[in-house]
Design a binder for this molecule. Structure first.
Ligand code: ATP
Ligand code: MG
Length: 664
């Protein structure tokens, strides 16, 4: 093996150097954002290679495949080693490789296939119905999606279903005693069909390691060095896999407990707190210099952490390595529209006057619904943007459902819109939807009635599958109410959206999605958007046009134009990344921290999320919030700035005034 020539001491600071060149053994690098943890891990790989460790003995675990690829690419640049000679990737991707190789040892067929999320839910649904035919008929019972979330969280946290329900899904306490039976049946169904689900990639991998000594010994021998990035966001299942893979304890784990933001998916930063207890003689390295951000941005970030109530966390204070820059800006906009216009204007100036590359500009937000106005403004201005591994607002499932509902009510001959809505009813497929529609058309023609009213007739109802009959009257009445709303003069598309949410679709949504509240927020944002239009046809036309424009923007994302697109992303997706300029929008109390976090009384994870957001910025940070809520909330029409903002001493940021033609 070629030994890479790298001057480690010159390219790393003393703390990083110590961690990179530490002797083999359990190593925990605990340091704040932007201190070079990921860089340290990358150099550690290079260092091991330089010491003659064959690349095949190194296993690199990261949070996303993209992160793994990027790190391996960096290692290649440093050392000249080709990335494919390493095992590197996410826990799930490596679980897949391990099970392909040795799954037979625990009775897995060599031809097993992996179910995607939809397929897993379908199989779970069938398994539940095999035990209790009527379970999903009862409206108060969870739909397959939420039920799957319960079982999945229990598996990832390695807790009993009972504990999981108690802590995270109290709404299902009455029926929790039935879940274990459903889970067992679901497991059996998977085994019979030689399929596994996403969680099995971890669970079965762990079982393989625990139950087959030779396999565990092989892995322990093969991978002499384990390196894990973002360790604070591992869940208990993943932490156990790491521990089981490394009886030799040669693990380098890097993380920042203040950046743990995935506890809703089972991540538990106790893993990082207890690492030294599980691995005797752990050497802890701390890095206290931040290389990413200007001192001003860093001072702001430090203040965010100082406001943390005392509790279980490691104290960290970061020193800036970079020269002075600008203070972070706080911008108060009248409403979401003005906020979007401000970001757009600043973005243009940054790109055109200051030569900032669009891909170095990120617009971050807490929840998708906050980004609607932003997407509208960018699409209208023709500025290419890229939503990092998310679906654009109007392409999201529930948004499309509701738009289809409006489209159908407005134009009942629109069969595609009808189908999209009708298939949400139990046991109604495309064919069935067509049959119902044909019957309604005939009935309407016969009685010279309109088609929406005709849906409720006996003729039509006889075409509806038995399983859907119970909710059929509610469904018809709800569509009729939306139709009434649209007939009013002046018609209010916003009220039509709200009617739909109060009616059948709202009920459907509640049952269908575990993240019901987030989706409801997005639909309320849709109502806010609809409020700008006097007629439904203007609204519907605008949505189609916007989708066309985003399709153009999308084509610009591929290939060479990748660099020309601004990044729009939730904070969760921006973890570990950095940008020259960051806009953090929607900093109103109730948006961030979210209303739900405030109501639950636990806002600490939101605070960590805020910390992650501000520490993505290298040169400039703009934070903004709308003064007027687009939809009235519990606090009325007016927003107050985020409590997180209020906790930071005002001398640490600068308040920007938006120049307006009229002052209010
Ligand atoms: P996060 O907590 O956000 O994941 P991190 O601790 O992993 O951050 P890195 O992403 O590794 O930090 O580093 C942040 C930035 O600082 C990168 O641009 C990196 O190249 C740079 N950097 C880190 N250490 C040094 C150094 N010793 N000299 C110069 N630049 C450095
Ligand atoms: Mg990192």
């Amino acid at each position: 093996f070629a030994v890479p020539q790298i001057d480690f001491a010159a390219e790393l600071n003393a703390e990083q150097y110590a961690a990179v060149t530490a002797p083999a053994g359990p190593l925990l690098v605990l340091a704040g954002a932007g201190s070079g943890k990921t860089r340290t891990l990358t150099y550690r790989v290079a260092y091991l290679l330089s010491q003659g460790v064959p690349p095949g003995e190194i296993l690199l675990l990261t949070f996303t495949n993209k992160a793994a690829k990027e790190m391996l690419h960096r290692v290649e640049e440093l050392t000249g080693y080709e990335p494919r000679r390493f095992w590197g990737g996410t826990f799930h991707s490596l679980g897949n490789r391990a099970l392909r190789l040795y799954g037979e040892e625990i009775g897995l067929s060599p031809r097993f296939t992996i179910l995607d999320a939809d397929e897993s839910e379908t199989l779970l649904k069938q398994s539940v119905e095999a035990r209790d035919k009527l379970f999903f008929k009862n409206k108060t019972n969870p739909r397959p999606g939420p039920l799957f979330s319960v079982l999945s969280l229990a598996r990832n946290t390695q807790q009993s279903i009972e504990t999981t329900v108690r802590h995270s899904f109290p709404q299902y306490r009455d029926i929790e005693h039935r879940f274990a039976d459903f889970a067992a049946h679901y497991e059996k169904a998977k085994r019979e069909q030689d399929v596994i689900d996403f969680d099995d990639l971890l669970e079965l991998w762990l079982r393989l390691l625990r139950e087959r000594e030779q396999v565990a010994a092989y892995f322990a021998h093969r991978f002499r060095y384990l390196l894990v990035d973002e360790y604070q966001d591992t869940n208990p299942l993943q932490a156990q896999i790491v521990d089981t893979l490394a009886p030799h304890h040669c693990i380098t784990a890097v993380g920042d407990d203040a950046q743990c933001i995935y506890s809703w998916r089972g991540a538990d930063f106790e893993n990082i707190m207890t690492f030294p207890e599980r691995h005797a003689d752990t050497v802890i390295h701390r890095i206290e210099t931040n290389y990413r951000s200007t001192p001003e941005i860093l001072a702001f970030a430090n203040a965010v952490l100082e406001a943390q109530p005392s509790g279980r966390h490691f104290d960290k204070e970061l020193r800036a390595a970079r020269p002075r820059g600008e203070k972070p800006y706080v911008v108060q906009a009248i409403d979401e529209r003005e906020q979007a216009e401000f970001v757009l204007k600043r973005t243009r100036a940054l790109i055109e006057d200051e030569g900032v590359s669009p891909s170095e500009i990120a617009i971050l937000y807490r929840s998708h619904f906050v980004a609607l106005e932003m997407q509208l403004a960018l699409a209208r201005a023709g500025l290419p943007y890229q939503i990092t591994s998310g679906v654009k607002f109007f392409e999201r499932q529930h948004i499309r459902d509701l738009v289809a509902l409006l489209r159908f009510v407005y134009n009942p001959s629109d069969t595609l819109a009808w189908q999209r809505i009708a298939v949400l009813l139990p046991k109604v497929g495309e064919k069935g939807a067509q049959k119902i529609h044909a019957a309604a058309r005939d009935h309407a023609a016969l009685l010279r009635a309109d088609l929406v009213t005709a849906l409720a007739s006996d003729d039509v109802q006889s075409k509806v599958p038995k399983d859907a009959r119970d909710e059929w009257p509610h469904f018809c009445a709800s569509l009729a109410e939306v139709a009434d709303q649209l007939r009013d003069t002046p018609a209010s598309p916003a009220l039509a959206v709200e009617r739909a949410l109060e009616g059948w679709y709202g009920d459907y949504l509640r049952g269908a999605f575990a993240d019901y509240n987030d989706r409801l927020d997005e639909l309320k944002a849709l109502a806010g958007f609809a409020a700008r239009f006097d007629g439904i046809q203007e609204l519907l036309a605008q949505i189609v046009l916007l989708n066309g424009e985003t399709a153009d923007a999308r084509s610009a994302e591929s290939g060479a134009d990748h660099a020309a697109a601004i990044r729009l992303t939730t904070i969760h997706q921006a973890k570990g990344l950095e940008y020259d300029v960051v806009f953090l929008i929607g900093l109103a109390d109730g948006q961030f921290p979210s209303r739900r976090a405030i109501d639950s009384g636990d806002i600490e994870e939101e605070r960590r999320l805020f910390y992650v957001a501000v520490t993505r910025a290298k040169d400039a940070l703009y934070m903004s919030y709308p003064q007027v809520a687009s939809r009235p909330g519990p606090g009325g029409m007016m927003n107050t700035p985020s409590r997180f903002l209020k906790e930071v001493p005002p001398e640490l940021y600068e308040t920007l005034r938006i120049k307006r033609r009229f002052n209010y």
